[in-house]
Design a protein around this ligand. Structure first.
Ligand code: ADP
Ligand code: MG
Length: 244
């Protein structure tokens, strides 16, 4: 496994040092689409946070990424912006996919709601033809079926929803193997400790080789290492220091 440790060596350095090595880049300079920049502008978000500066260009390159940065550092937009951009440019016109192109797996219902709200608002502000849905594992099967019937490009849910969808026949594993382009594990450090390992395996066993995998976490734990081995191919590892 080839890993590039970024900023790890700055762990003991002061804040000034980090700022010196991190030029004051704008969202444009990170390579983001003008529709996303405008959407951010409307949300009053002007400058990328350190984890966004580092992660966005690497994710746009299509690399698998493990990003560790403290809570509140802006990890959600660090993956949502490049994820949306990738879906903007995917050739969606020709044939409609039978399963989502992106899964965002989160450890709790609250986070599911938060991420869904963020992605839905970005889609609306960008005025693009993309659809996101959220599922919770306590939903009746009919609601899951309805949510997926509109062929959303983005699915936000807890890992427990996936085997439930398979069992109910509302998602086909073979369609996911055809369609999935991006898999995000948000708060990856919590996903295993909350007991989602078996659920995650039902996803990781069918993700296509071409799928880009992003693993976001606030801490490094043996669980994150385990997930990394389970799903990532030659990831770029980004570790931001506490000062960031
Ligand atoms: P994390 O997932 O790292 O804990 P979040 O993605 O939840 O952090 O972001 C924390 C807060 O910071 C959110 O309220 C978010 O809207 C805000 N935020 C994210 N990026 C920026 C930015 N570039 N500029 C200003 N605020 C931001
Ligand atoms: Mg987060």
């Amino acid at each position: 496994v080839e890993e590039v440790e970024k900023l790890e060596e700055q762990r003991d350095d002061g804040e000034d040092e980090v700022e010196q090595t991190e030029p004051d880049k704008s969202f444009e300079e990170l390579g983001l689409d003008s529709r996303l920049i405008r959407a951010l502008d409307k949300k009053g978000i002007e400058k990328p946070t350190p984890v966004q500066k580092i992660a966005i260009p690497i994710i746009l390159e299509g690399k698998d990424v493990v990003a560790r940065a403290k809570t509140g550092s802006g990890k959600t937009l660090a993956y949502l912006l490049p994820l949306l951009q990738k879906l903007f440019s995917a050739d969606s016109g020709s044939k409609k996919k039978l399963a989502p192109s992106a899964f965002i797996l989160v450890p709790s219902r609250e986070l599911c709601q938060q991420v869904f709200t963020e992605v839905a608002s970005l889609i609306e502000l960008c005025r693009v033809q993309l659809k996101a849905v959220q599922l919770t594992s306590s939903m009746p099967t009919s609601d899951m079926r309805n949510a997926l019937a509109g062929l959303p490009e983005i699915l936000v849910c807890t890992p427990a929803c996936i085997p439930k969808c398979f069992a109910a026949g509302v998602l086909e594993p073979s369609a996911i193997s055809d369609s999935l382009e991006i898999l995000v594990l948000d708060e990856a450090d919590l996903l295993l400790s909350y007991g989602y390992e078996d659920n995650l395996r039902s996803v990781t066993s069918i993700i296509p080789r071409k799928c880009q995998c992003l693993l976001m976490s606030a801490t490094t734990s043996s669980d994150v290492e385990k997930l990394k081995k389970l799903i990532l191919h030659n990831p770029t590892v980004l570790t931001l220091t506490e000062e960031n």
